[in-house]
Design a protein around this ligand. Structure first.
Ligand SMILES: Cc1cc2nc3c(=O)[nH]c(=O)nc-3n(C[C@H](O)[C@H](O)[C@H](O)COP(=O)(O)OP(=O)(O)OC[C@H]3O[C@@H](n4cnc5c(N)ncnc54)[C@H](O)[C@@H]3O)c2cc1C
Length: 594
């Protein structure tokens, strides 16, 4: 696989010029960060990721995690890489300083996580789950649970795992049967959990499972689920890993990608029962678990972004070194010179940049929702995070699959051969639309929950913000900006129209709204992505006309934004049509016609 190169200019463009990292720098609980410090931070992260994470990506894919006598071993070098990662403190950048974290903004952590995911998705996933567990315990754990678990999870000595899925309970979490019987001070859990990422491994001293289970008297369905902390080794009085809990990994799944990430079938309580401690209130487990799931869903967007960036790097490197055919003067041509290959590269670059902006801007909203001094602004951003979470997860993960597939196409036959690593990126990316709630479930979450809150107010205010930006675009008479503006206005109108259609359908024809959910989510992703691309174009145009330097970078930004407007935004018309056509075909099609 080609070497990883830190996309520092791109990362800093989004952080500094497009979003404005200053917005969070120095807010309540957040440190002041200078531009020089940011530069150094990312350069150091890039160097670490290139030297330590990246070389293990392919070897980890080939050897995979293994299970022998209940012990899971990660591929050679993973344990050393994980230790080095924690020693530097990369794992705890955004964690709360009170428990040993560095308290950096989520916005910066997002950009860092892109780097880890670009270089080694399998290994990064372990820390993603730990960060999600930390967030859950921080928000819902008792004081004792926080002081027992947070410092060890934040230091990386212990890792976290999310245990929801059971063979009969995937998307339908209400079908979970894992049983939690109450004892005097705790519960005893019995049940099997499937597909548990990093459910067993050799990287840390202890593994902390957050498990959804059902107490004996609990009502059926999601309202009967409670959430438990179940440690692999039960912490002793000093907080060190003590007795082994009744937990075992009975199998590792053989799977399409992320081979180095152990996907475990876990038995909880095969003997006396696994000891677990309730988090939050009984029967409120799913709501509590949503804190972990939402953190993880945003993190999947960053996984997708990281892997898409890596695929872009590979695609552009290959297109610059592969010669095919000759020009009119008999000069050999690099494939990058062919319009169709340029088109493929631009389609990757444009989607990737829109994904990056969406991921980082959502992370900024996370920071503002927690740290802004004004309650009104906090609420606005908290609602925006809720609205954007399914879009970040689903639109970016679909994008990663498309981008890694286009990377293979740019490579031609060699892309299909494992040695180039293009195939691995595609295989690894393929999980992102599936786990943490499939993209179909994300679309339903967007339509049936997020849109419904405040009767579409959050989406309409975002659309209004875009409409106001149209006013900014209208001030430019530059040809490219005018072209972008036209497409941007059309697609914004399509999103507004389709939002009204769905809100109406939700009141009368729920099935119609459900059938429209996936095209609607894609439409929202494309149009919101277009908003960031239009903003980027405007910044580029201003810099070019001010003559502030870096002309190639800004010209490339302008070309990429124009490509997005002309080639990607038009999809909004067909998606809007698909979403608003109703569900007649789906209704007519009897299930046994298939
Ligand atoms: C590599 C890997 C790692 C994983 N890691 C974890 C983990 O760490 N912890 C954990 O708990 N789980 C984990 N999972 C499980 C993962 O979250 C589930 O696979 C996923 O939620 C889908 O559940 P399912 O596989 O049962 O599919 P199903 O729920 O059977 O879905 C099959 C299809 O039906 C659709 N569908 C289902 N219900 C509906 C509905 N109501 N409306 C519309 N469409 C619907 C789905 O969108 C999908 O297309 C992992 C899975 C894999 C493959």
């Amino acid at each position: 696989m080609s070497e990883y190169r830190l996309p520092l200019r791109e990362i800093l463009f989004v952080l500094d010029e497009l979003i404005g990292v200053d917005t969070v720098s120095g807010l309540t609980n957040l440190p002041q960060i200078t531009k020089d410090e940011l530069n150094t931070l990312f350069e150091t992260a890039g160097k670490f990721a290139s030297e330590i994470f990246a070389p293990l990506n392919r070897t980890g894919d080939i050897s995979g995690a293994t299970l022998k006598n209940g012990i899971v071993r990660t591929p050679a070098g993973f344990s050393e890489a994980y230790n080095a990662y924690c020693e530097v403190g990369w794992n705890r950048c955004s964690a709360n300083a009170k428990y040993g974290g560095q308290g950096l903004p989520q916005l910066i952590n997002s950009a860092l996580s892109e780097i880890w995911n670009s270089t080694n998705l399998s290994l990064s996933l372990c820390n993603t789950l730990t960060q999600s567990a930390i967030n859950l315990i921080y928000h819902h754990g008792s004081d004792e649970q926080r002081s027992t678990y947070l410092p060890n999870l934040i230091s990386g000595q212990w890792t976290g795992a999310m245990a929801m899925t059971e063979p009969q309970a995937g998307s339908d979490v209400g079908a979970i049967t894992c049983l939690a019987a109450p004892e005097k001070y705790c519960y005893r859990l019995k049940g099997q959990k499937n597909y548990i990422s990093w459910g067993e491994h050799d990287l840390s001293q202890n593994i902390i499972y957050l498990i959804l289970a059902r107490t004996p008297e609990a009502p059926a369905g999601t309202k009967g689920l409670s959430l438990f902390i179940v440690p692999k080794f039960i912490p002793d009085k000093k907080g060190n890993p003590g007795c082994r809990n009744d937990i075992e990994c009975i199998a590792l799944e053989k799977k399409l990608g992320i081979h180095a990430s152990p996907t475990c079938v876990m038995n909880f309580g095969s003997n006396e029962g696994a000891l677990g401690w309730l988090v939050g209130k009984p029967h409120n487990g799913l709501t509590t678990m949503f804190t972990m799931m939402n953190t993880a869903r945003l993190a999947i967007g960053h996984e997708a972004l990281g892997i898409a960036e890596r695929a872009y790097q590979q695609a552009k490197s290959y297109a610059q070194i592969r010669y095919q055919g000759k020009d009119d003067n008999n000069k050999p041509l690099k494939i990058v010179e062919y319009p169709d290959v340029k088109r493929m590269l631009l389609s990757i670059k444009a989607r990737l940049e829109a994904m990056r902006a969406l991921c980082y801007e959502t992370a900024l909203s996370v920071d503002l929702s927690i740290n802004h001094p004004e309650e009104k602004i906090k609420t606005l951003h908290s609602n925006r995070v809720a609205l954007l979470t399914p879009i970040v997860k689903a639109w970016c993960s679909d994008g990663a699959v498309e981008i890694t597939s286009t990377n293979i196409q740019i490579h031609g036959g060699t892309g299909y051969i494992e040695d180039t690593g293009a195939a691995q990126l595609y295989r690894d990316a393929r999980i992102t639309p599936i786990y943490e709630g499939t993209n179909g479930i994300q679309a339903l979450d967007l339509v049936k929950r997020k849109l419904m809150i405040n009767d579409g107010f959050d989406m309409y205010s975002l659309i209004e913000e875009m409409r106001q930006f149209d006013g900014v675009l209208s001030m430019s008479s530059e040809r490219t900006i005018c072209a972008i503006r036209g497409r941007f206005a059309e697609s914004g109108a399509a999103l507004s129209r389709t939002t009204s259609f769905i809100l109406n359908a939700l009141k009368s024809e729920k099935k119609t709204a459900e059938a429209a959910a996936t095209p609607y989510l894609k439409l929202a992703g494309i149009v919101i992505g277009g908003y960031f691309m239009a903003r980027a174009a405007m910044i580029a145009e201003q810099n070019l006309s001010n003559g502030s330097g870096d002309n190639d970078f800004y010209r490339s930004k302008l070309a990429t934004s124009l490509f997005y407007a002309e080639n990607i935004l038009p999809e909004s018309s067909s998606l809007s049509l698909a979403a608003t056509s109703g569900a007649e075909a789906i209704r007519y099609m009897e299930t046994d016609y298939f």
